[in-house]
Design a protein around this ligand. Sequence first.
Ligand SMILES: Cc1cc2nc3c(=O)[nH]c(=O)nc-3n(C[C@H](O)[C@H](O)[C@H](O)COP(=O)(O)OP(=O)(O)OC[C@H]3O[C@@H](n4cnc5c(N)ncnc54)[C@H](O)[C@@H]3O)c2cc1C
Length: 284
Amino acid sequence: MISTAFEYQRANSLDEAIKKLQETGGRGKLLAGGHSLVPLMKLRMSEPGILIDIARIPGLAGIREKDGKIEIFAATVHHDVASSALLAEKCPVVAETAGEIGDPQVRNRGTLGGSLAHSDPSADYPAVMLAVDAEIHLKGPKGWRIVKASDFFQDLFTVDLAADEIIGGVQFAAVKSAGYAKLHQRASGYAIVGVAAALDVKGGVITSARLGLTGAGSHATRMTNVEKALAGQPLSAKTIEAAAKIAGEGIKHVNADIHASEEYRRAMIPVFTKRALEKAMARS
Ligand SMILES: Cc1cc2nc3c(=O)[nH]c(=O)nc-3n(C[C@H](O)[C@H](O)[C@H](O)COP(=O)(O)OP(=O)(O)OC[C@H]3O[C@@H](n4cnc5c(N)ncnc54)[C@H](O)[C@@H]3O)c2cc1C
């Protein structure tokens, strides 16, 4: 199918994009890589009258370290995250996750901001943003506000983002001992189940842990029961094995679709939790 007719506009700054969004009176939508929005438009599940292209706004793409934190700007394509030397050195789990998204075409067009705003229940970035405890920086008509990743993802395709706000980027403290493991949906690469795990380790003991789960429910969530089971324990294969076993327990709703049944997804959550934790341990 082809989409309904729309007008194309390009913004040259965040403020211009916000102004354009307001002027459309709810008919406008931001366009970044187009790899989630355009398929929806072709299916006529989204019919924006005006597309506002933000992909070429100067300064909206890039990765840098500032004041001891990593910043990734919203229009950074997945390929640039996957191949970032800074991330490879300081926070490899984020680069690893980006490298697992889709295929080369998707990775060369799709952006971090688009993925977070869209919040597909099987998207990869939300899980890793939860694990690194990222702050999401949003700009709207009244200026900037910051939302923690754990508050940002709220429900199916629903995030804490107003219609006239734009994601500018994310910021997080680098964590080396972290890993991502996912069961790929073979055709698209989306996560049937994906787990990102980050461990803070001191003197061989896990002081705290953060685990983000995607693919299983309506939106990415933290697995706090596993985090609690890991905290204060020695970092060892035995600790990981025991903690991974309880992954998924207590989750009321688990997705079932043409790719996997609820039972299968439930069975895979501990498996991929263990793999993510093992990767984190290997990097510790
Ligand atoms: C074949 C295929 C396979 C894929 N496989 C995977 C996969 O394995 N894992 C995965 O995670 N994803 C996958 N994706 C999705 C891909 O990662 C998309 O690129 C991503 O979800 C959306 O990013 P985008 O830049 O293309 O956003 P767009 O499609 O341009 O926009 C998506 C939504 O976000 C909004 N938006 C975009 N940028 C911003 C911003 N800065 N601030 C506020 N709102 C914004 C848009 O208005 C729109 O509502 C796949 C897509 C395809 C087509």
